[in-house]
Design a protein around this ligand. Sequence first.
Ligand code: PMM
Length: 251
Amino acid sequence: MLIMGILNVTPDSFADGGRHNDFDAAVARGLEMIAEGVDIIDIGGESTRPGADRISEAEEIERTIPVITELAKHGARISIDTMRASTAEAAIKAGAAMINDVSGGLADSNMLQTAARLKVPYIAMHWRGQSKDMNSKAVYSDVVIDVISELQERITAALDAGIEVGNLIIDPGLGFAKDAEHNWEIVDSIDSFVDLGYPVLVGASRKRFLGGDSPDEREQATIDLTKRLASTGVWAVRVHSVKPHKEVLAQ
Ligand code: PMM
């Protein structure tokens, strides 16, 4: 299982506490992750935590592209965490190798065609709407069946747009329009997602459904979950801390 290390270049990320919100700190953290053996560094400029406001395209590009350019020079495999086709394209030009779109192509009507044209791996996450009001959309008759069927629609849209089967990765989108119980039901049924036949990425790191009062308290729960997912055929986990996850996978 691969480790995708989170590098949020945002002043308001709930889990980083804005610690990496300037270029030097972000590059330093990226280099540290490379030294720790990270497989992919996921660089994002826009917070998607519940209730978060959107930022402009210019600001998103300004935050992410210089960090991508610098870390790509060090040989890192980088994904760009963005819902915007324009940011994704700028990131790939700057040296990113993969697009991580939490909206699965729903936020920007140009995204799927852009990913197809760029011929890079594309991560389609399950999403029901912008973070501002996503909690009100956490309504399912059966969360596993509903999320799989909505992901299948995104898979069809991605393939129709010309994304190659081998470039498509899926993600159930833990914490996005889902309450704690929904997230655990998905984790308990992760095999059903793996069985769809695409690489599955899981992003649980320090999210509220893990319990605890602070992001740091949720760290151990994240590591425990990575250990559990390692035997399920999940392709990668998206996590804040790289070293403890590499260690738990090596056990
Ligand atoms: N979660 C967040 C941001 N980007 N991308 C994918 N593919 N999957 C996720 O679960 C995901 C994501 C929000 O978490 P953060 O604010 O800690 O980065």
